[in-house]
Write a protein that binds this ligand. Structure first.
Ligand SMILES: O=C(O)CCC(=O)C(=O)O
Ligand SMILES: [Fe+2]
Length: 375
């Protein structure tokens, strides 16, 4: 089989994967199953366990699944999407007022076209994005002022006001985004209980550790690739794994998300109406001693239309230093990893990514937006 080497960035440095050169194929229902979450809202533990069992099976296999009956209203999704588009349709100058590079300490705000290069083996990302992070006063489950939250968590709160100040002119921008983000957060807190069950842990195992969690919302905007970009195999968002416990990903109907199987085959994760994609992140893989798979994925918008997606990255409270889960360790399978906090874990890779990009841009002696990397 002819393969190519793919380099991936992890918080611990580069890792390499062999990837088949066969073109991406459609996924099967076994590879990326659709899980009905309705039983998760049942008062019967046995019902909730049924969901947990399906989650386990998907998480040890491809690490990706779809959920339906997830509880997030279509109208909440539609409004957030529209606000995201309202933002992206502004002039470059207007968007630049929210520049993450210029104004954020914590990677909040706007990143422009070709200003990231998530995969060292692929092109710069043909993507724009808008991001914001957990803010205690916006928490739908227990809103509180930052001064009220425990002192050990407070330094880890990564919210920044400029994202809302710089978008205050867009009607309902904050309101509609916070509604979507809040719905994702509530769903994630429900799902983390199912993940606990799925790993033979008490259902409330993580409850005290997701009171002020990693809860990062992103709006991804992928314009159609130009002919030249297609010829040069530009990616929308290059190959990567997500960082935290798990990601909730809403994608529109355009398609373009691809997932790398254990065999090194790219498979397509097509849009399925009424569902949200859930995928395992690196921190979950680490805590589960590699039982659950944080799977490589990427996006290429090959359509002639714009594509948008809205991921929500969920982790533990950033101060929580966690060891490998006891149920994932045995005498013949000892813990492979030292304890680390979710916050440190994320910060390590963000830093690696940005430094690598800046180095590449400097080496090319070009403005970052002009850097082109071999596909
Ligand atoms: O746009 C997508 O479908 C996926 C986005 C993604 O993987 C990410 O933002 O981490
Ligand atoms: Fe991702």
């Amino acid at each position: 089989m002819v393969t190519t080497k793919l380099e991936l960035r992890t918080a611990l440095g580069p890792v390499y994967r062999d990837v088949l050169l066969t073109p991406p194929r459609d996924c099967t229902a076994d590879e990326i199953p659709v899980i009905d979450l309705a039983p998760l809202f049942s008062s019967e533990l046995s019902e909730r366990q049924k969901v947990a069992k399906q989650i386990r099976s998907a998480a040890v296999n491809t690490g990706f699944f779809y959920v339906r009956n997830h509880g997030i209203a279509d109208s909440t999704i539609a409004k957030a999407k529209q606000r995201g588009l309202d933002f992206m349709k502004q002039t470059p100058e207007e968007k630049d007022k929210l520049s993450s590079r210029k104004y954020s300490k914590y990677f909040n705000g706007y990143t422009g076209y070709a200003s990231t290069n998530i995969s060292p083996s692929e092109s710069v990302d043909v993507r724009e994005s808008f991001s914001f992070r957990y803010s205690p006063e916006l928490d739908p489950d227990h809103p509180m002022d930052i001064s009220e939250i425990p002192a050990e968590v407070r330094p880890w709160i990564r919210a920044e006001k400029f994202v809302w100040e710089g978008t205050a002119h867009i009607p309902d921008y904050k309101k509609d985004w916070v509604a979507y983000w809040g719905s994702c957060l509530t769903l994630a807190r429900r799902l983390v209980k199912a993940f606990a069950l799925s790993l033979d842990l008490p259902e409330d195992y993580w409850d005290e550790k997701v009171t002020h969690p990693g809860a990062d919302s992103v709006f991804n905007y992928y314009r159609p690739r130009t002919e030249e970009e297609t010829k040069q195999k530009f990616v929308g968002l290059g190959s990567h794994t997500d960082l935290q416990l798990f990601t909730l990903l809403w994608q529109d109907s355009i398609g373009g998300l691809q997932v790398l199987t254990k065999e090194g085959q790219w498979i397509k994760a097509p849009p399925i109406e009424g569902t949200i994609v859930v995928n395992i992140g690196d921190y979950m893989m680490r805590l589960s001693n590699d039982t659950y798979k944080s799977t490589v994925h990427r996006v290429t918008n090959e359509s002639t239309l714009e594509r948008v997606s809205m991921p929500f990255f969920f982790g533990l409270n950033f101060n929580c230093v966690e060891s490998v889960i006891p149920s994932c360790v045995s005498p013949s399978n000892p813990a492979k990893y030292e304890p680390i906090s979710c916050g440190d874990w994320c910060q390590m890779r963000f830093k690696i990514e940005r430094e690598a990009f800046d180095k590449k841009a400097a080496a090319a002696k070009l403005a970052p937006s002009a850097v082109v990397v071999e596909a």
